[in-house]
Design a protein around this ligand. Sequence first.
Ligand code: SF4
Ligand code: SF4
Length: 133
Amino acid sequence: MTTQTEPEVDTQEILKILDSRKKEISVTLKSCAHCSLCADSCFLYRCRKNDPEYMPSHKVINSIGTLSRKKGKVTRDELEDIKEIVWKRCVLCTRCYCPLGIDIPSMIALARKICRSQGVVYQYDEEKREPQK
Ligand code: SF4
Ligand code: SF4
């Protein structure tokens, strides 16, 4: 019986992508005041009855924030968690508003790019309907 092993995470490739947007990532993470003002402009947050995991800032901090904090040294499981955030909890509609000018969709798109670079992508045919809370 053959066992399929997952490919190693290419940390260098992740770092290369992070470095290409280093300044923007740093400004985003340092300037977020955690004021939650962006939350109301996200229809997914509102549809999910204000579930904090759908807050735009939460999505950024737990995707690109995690990748940056860990300097790209993430496991495949962590990338899978990030995948759930950046595909399932955001549709890149660009409607979120931050009074400090933080470009949330751009950061989420960057996290998607990093996931894609490691072959971690959302398989829509695997999606299961979740019961509404
Ligand atoms: S992204 Fe902007 S609006 Fe959202 S919590 Fe951070 S500072 Fe506040
Ligand atoms: S871009 Fe994502 S976080 Fe922003 S409002 Fe749309 S779904 Fe919400």
